[in-house]
Design a protein around this ligand. Structure first.
Ligand code: 3HC
Length: 283
């Protein structure tokens, strides 16, 4: 099976970044959300980063226009019903994602692969909400999706080997390095990263300054970003969802830090709400 057309469901930071990667590698892509207005905003986000490439003379204006012409925006799934591959990048909520997979299964062509960009929700469970579990898998990108090289490809219990092979190959076609990850809580990268972020939040509760914690990990461990600025970047609601899922699946070792829960309850979700461990209101 050859992948020619993609549909990306959810036009937030991840969805728009994934759609950007797909069109930059020549794939016709439909970016859809519950309202077309959100999808258009996602396309504007991709256009912004392509424009930066033009300014840095890494892309011509003509190539930018050609690339953006491959990116169609939509509301709902009809425009992408003939897509060969759907990448779901909606909100990190199991009930929402289960419904999306039921709807996609109804609308999309029978041989389309349905992939989820979930950080932590069981792929086998999402697959169980479709009549094509053999064609459902995880395809997990990292923020910022246009820059980060890795894609975790996760088969569910019933995913057929061909689906995994197609996704691994597709990841390479869009310039990524795939790694096969297990369908256990948080796969590989988040299983390691999120507990570190959680620990950094305990250090804040113990009175340490976020600036010092981040500086320590940037300079002492050569991380490009400190744990708290990266958690702000990924979204504190996502981090909480991942920790909660890990706690449910793997035990209290992964209990979310109380400060994390409190910040999410207060609507301090990081960069996307302009406030998290840092203030982004002036950016
Ligand atoms: N979208 C698209 N492109 C972006 C971008 C974005 N949001 N942010 C930065 N870029 C591009 C820039 O345009 C630039 O491109 P160029 O090299 O072609 O000019 C390039 O990235 C580098 O950007 P900058 O020069 O502005 O900044 P830095 O050199 O400081 O790099 C960074 C920024 C790539 C974000 C770097 O700090 C980094 O690697 N941080 C760590 C990111 C990370 O660990 N991500 C994983 C998080 S975990 C996760 O995603 C899991 C999920 O489930 C929560």
């Amino acid at each position: 099976m050859e992948i020619k057309k993609i549909m990306v469901v959810g036009a937030g930071i991840m969805g728009s970044g994934i759609a950007q990667v797909c069109v930059e590698h020549g794939f016709a892509t439909v970016l859809t959300d519950v309202k077309e207005e959100y999808a258009r905003k996602g396309k504007e986000n991709a256009a912004h980063f392509l424009e930066r490439k033009v300014q840095k003379q890494r892309m011509t204006e003509a190539d930018k226009e050609k690339t953006l012409a491959l990116l169609e925006t939509a509301e709902g799934y009809k425009k992408g019903a003939d897509a060969d591959l759907v990448i779901e990048a909606a909100t990190e909520n199991a009930e929402v994602k289960k419904q999306i997979f039921r709807d996609l299964d109804e609308t999309c062509k029978a041989d389309a692969i349905l992939a989820s960009n979930t950080s932590t929700i069981s792929i086998s469970m999402l697959a169980g909400n479709t009549k094509r579990p053999c064609k459902v898998a995880g395809m997990h990108f990292f923020v910022p999706a246009p820059v980060m090289k890795l894609v975790e490809v996760t088969p569910g219990l019933l995913t057929e080997a061909e689906t995994v092979d197609i996704l691994m190959e597709f990841a390479r076609q869009i310039g990524k390095e795939p790694v096969k990850a297990p369908d256990t809580s948080a796969f590989l990268v988040n299983r390691l990263l999120d507990p570190m972020w959680n620990e950094a939040m305990y250090l804040v509760m113990e009175g340490n300054r976020p600036e010092d914690i981040d500086k320590a990990m940037r300079l002492g461990a050569n991380h490009p970003m400190g744990p708290l600025e990266l958690a702000d970047y990924a979204g504190l609601d996502i981090v909480l969802a991942v920790m909660e899922q890990m706690q449910r699946d793997l035990g209290d070792k992964y209990k979310p830090c109380p400060l994390l829960r409190q910040m999410v309850q207060a609507g301090l979700l990081g960069r996307k709400t302009k406030r998290g461990f840092y203030d982004y209101s002036k950016l």
